[in-house]
Write a protein that binds this ligand. Structure first.
Ligand SMILES: Cc1ncc(COP(=O)(O)O)c(C=O)c1O
Length: 417
């Protein structure tokens, strides 16, 4: 039986994975053109490269209006502020996301209300949203996690019934579609990140889709130091400098040209991964809602049964990583996430529903199980490596499972290594 690579055995995969981000002469030419133009920054806003990119992005997501921002954290904050959400307002966020999803409401002066997720999608649970609504609730930020989408039909219905703003955190979901609508184009706002690891990237960057022209004017003013962006010039709103630069936009104009073929390749390989993983004992595929028509593979997530594997996700991920598989166990529960804690401690918490704000005592059952035992995330580069990339993941997973079954005490050795 093969020795685990973690303990000196041969790694399942030693061949390098495709690099990310990719670049060629087109990127160099695009940057050179901007450098020669002398118009490097984001002022006057938006610049010609930025406008061109926004138009292409709107078309891709079938959105209405778009505002370019420095990154996908500020997009969330700008959306909240453009919607007039601030001091004392409550914003419902999932317990399973990057820290930005909860930090943005705090930056806007609001209070994040952290709720549980669904075990079979890893996205926010619509029932948990309904249970957390109070008279102070103003917005919901569903997150489309890894290659999944939150149930936007249920979320939009809840929002309509309670008059809430929906800001989709689509940092992972460029190109994804739900029921004929692009991710980020279903809610009043849709927030995208173009940070280095994202599937469309300029190193840093963000786009905020808006449903109405007025929201877009407000958002643009907030991004551009408060300058009016409505045709009459009458709209005055407090802002900062959150502008995307022309250098970023030039890279994004090339990235969006490459995007369709990369998207298709990842999606095809994700379908193959579904098939291959469903043959592995102890693996649970996440639910693919039929309304989730196009799947953006930022990462690919699935669940393991720790009883069958004889170990939790952290142990399996550690062993797989040593086998040469880019993987991770995913997020911690948001309320324990160390990057979120320093800001959380500064919240002036209303007394009405203390259970939603006592982050120390908070234990939401589904996210605890998903994060602490079951979730596995695979890197997007696997899905650009062709079928052999998927095959290597399956071989490595079977190897780790066989080793753990043969020698149950191995789980402790892996944890301690
Ligand atoms: C779900 C989610 N939301 C927001 C962000 C923030 O995006 P950025 O890094 O561009 O600020 C990220 C980035 O990792 C993310 O994963």
């Amino acid at each position: 039986m093969a020795e685990l690579a973690l303990f000196g055995g041969e790694a399942t995969r030693s061949k390098p994975w495709p690099a990310w981000p990719v670049h060629d002469e087109r990127d160099i030419a695009a940057l050179t053109e901007v450098i020669r133009s002398g118009n490097w920054g984001g002022f006057p806003y938006p610049g010609p490269q930025t406008r061109r990119f926004l138009d292409a992005f709107i078309e891709m997501q079938r959105g209405r209006y778009a505002v370019a921002v420095m990154n996908g954290t500020l997009t969330l904050e700008v959306a909240l502020r453009a919607a007039g959400i601030g001091w004392g307002d409550e914003v419902i966020v999932p317990a399973y996301s990057f820290q930005a999803t909860a930090a943005a409401p705090i930056m806007a002066g609001a209070i994040p209300v952290i709720v549980d997720i669904e075990a079979d999608t890893f996205c926010i649970d619509p029932k948990a949203i309904e249970a957390a609504i109070t008279e102070r609730t103003r917005a919901i930020i569903p997150v489309h996690v890894a290659s999944q989408m939150a149930d936007m039909s249920a979320i939009m219905a809840i929002a309509e019934a309670h008059n809430l703003v929906v800001i989709e955190d689509a940092a992972h979901a460029h190109g994804a579609f739900w029921d004929g609508h692009g991710a980020g184009a279903l809610g009043q706002f849709g927030s995208f990140s173009m940070q280095s690891t994202k599937i469309m990237t300029a190193g840093e960057g963000g786009v905020l889709l808006c449903q109405t022209e007025e929201q877009a004017w407000r958002a643009a003013s907030i991004v551009d130091c408060g300058r009016p962006h409505d045709p009459s010039g009458a709209l005055k709103i407090q802002g900062g400098n959150y502008r995307m630069t022309e250098l970023q936009a030039a890279l994004l104009n090339i990235a969006i040209e490459r995007f369709p073929s990369q998207f298709q390749q990842r999606e095809e390989m994700a379908d193959y991964m579904d098939e291959a993983l469903s043959e592995v004992d102890g693996v649970r595929l996440l639910r693919r809602d039929p309304r989730h028509q196009k799947r953006a593979v930022y990462c690919y997530s699935f669940a393991i049964d720790p009883q069958i594997f004889g170990a939790t996700n952290a142990v399996v991920a550690r062993a797989l990583l040593a086998e040469g598989i880019p993987c991770d166990r995913g997020y911690d529960p948001m309320y324990r996430y160390e990057l979120f804690q320093p800001m959380a401690s500064r919240l002036a918490v209303p007394s009405a529903f203390p259970q939603y704000f006592d982050y120390e005592a908070m234990r939401l059952p589904v996210v605890e199980r998903v994060s602490g035992a079951e979730a596995m995330w695979l890197g997007e580069e696997i899905f650009r490596a062709g079928a052999s990339g998927v095959d290597d993941v399956i071989s490595a997973l079977r190897k780790v499972q066989a080793a753990l079954t043969r020698e149950p005490s191995l789980a402790e050795r892996i944890s301690a290594s």
